[in-house]
Design a protein around this ligand. Structure first.
Ligand code: XMP
Length: 322
């Protein structure tokens, strides 16, 4: 297991870092073709720019529409990159992902199903079609730490777990951001010319909204949490926090609507203050904000009768629910 040497945000010389990573990618890929999946998060966006600077059109960038992203996300990301001169192709893989997630309730099995579908099926096929032997990926040091510590099976860490991606998936993974933490990635992303809306973008997990559905991630349950997520992001858009999210619980609870008993769904809101995602505290949101969130969610998201706000810290909680 190779040790990774951290570059802290104060040590990071973005100009040097970019120069070094661009030449490293050029050297490794040579005259070949590399492929990468862009999710629109700051990590994959920074990697896309580094890869584009190193390889130009020899980098094939795809947005995998797995059906578990937020409202309008694929189109928004693709058009943001078009403005930067980077062509991104959307791949509709919704059916594959929902088929793989069917019947799975265990958090780790869910993550595993997504990983396997992403790398073996969807990406495997794309790599075969493109002829690429290299995959650029936005793994950061926090992903490595938490995976090695066994806290979570991250979406994007292989070599640290002793899994050979060449053997398991048929390609070599290049991870240019692996020495950085989130704050360092944001600084590098800004220096790469990405817009504020991207370099300052809130983190969003690889397993996307399925990390925010406790129990089975069906199309219907994802649609429900997607709606709640839009409301939370609209209402909290102007507050200062590391990350905020809506979570759909598995248990139903008794509620009442229009004078009738309704055995309904529960949405939990989490909003975190954090520097680097290793530790986090719930943001002290004003009660009027929470009240507005609850009112909108029970009115606009069908079947929801309960809205709660998480007040536990990480640790022992994690930021995502799954
Ligand atoms: P947790 O839930 O582990 O989250 O406290 C810490 C940060 O990591 C994000 N996260 C992920 N990011 N793949 C990712 O790329 C994942 O599987 C994953 N799980 C969690 C989470 O959104 C938070 O910012």
């Amino acid at each position: 297991m190779p040790a990774v040497k951290e570059i802290t945000v104060s040590q990071l010389d973005t100009k040097e870092f970019i120069k070094e990573k661009v030449s490293e990618i050029s050297r490794i890929v040579g005259s070949g073709v590399a492929i990468n999946a862009l999710s629109g998060g700051v990590d994959s966006s920074a990697v896309t720019m580094l890869g584009y600077m190193a390889l130009g059109e020899r980098l094939k960038t795809y947005f995998i529409d797995n059906g578990i992203m937020r409202e309008g996300e694929p189109q928004q990301i693709v058009s943001a990159f078009k403005k930067l001169g980077v062509n991104v192709q959307i791949i509709d893989a919704q059916d594959e992902f929902f088929r793989a997630l069917a019947g799975i309730t265990d958090p780790e099995e869910k993550r595993e199903a997504i990983t396997q579908t992403f790398y073996k099926k969807v990406f495997g096929n794309l790599v075969k079609q493109s002829g690429a032997k290299y995959l650029l990926q936005g793994t950061i040091l926090t992903d490595v730490d938490e995976t090695v510590a066994g806290i979570k099976r991250q979406h994007n860490v292989f070599e640290q777990l002793g899994i050979d991606p060449q053997e398991a998936f048929g390609y070599k993974i290049i991870e240019p951001l692996v020495q950085l933490r989130k704050d360092g990635v944001r600084k590098a992303a800004e220096a790469l010319g990405l817009p504020l809306s991207i370099y300052n973008r809130m983190p969003f997990p690889g397993p996307a909204l399925s990390a925010r559905v406790i129990g089975e991630a069906t199309r219907e349950r994802i649609a429900l949490v997607r709606k709640a997520t839009s409301i939370v992001e609209e209402e909290l858009g102007s507050i200062i926090a590391f990350q905020y999210m809506a979570i759909l619980h598995n248990d139903h609870v008794t509620g009442m609507r229009d004078n009738k008993r309704e055995f309904g769904q529960q949405i939990e809101i989490r909003c975190w203050d954090s520097i680097d995602a290793r530790q986090a505290r719930p943001t002290q949101l004003p009660f009027t904000t929470l009240d507005k969130l609850a009112q909108r969610i029970v009115t606009e998201v069908p079947g929801v009768v309960s809205v709660t706000y998480n007040i536990a810290t990480k640790p022992p909680s994690t930021m995502e629910a799954v």
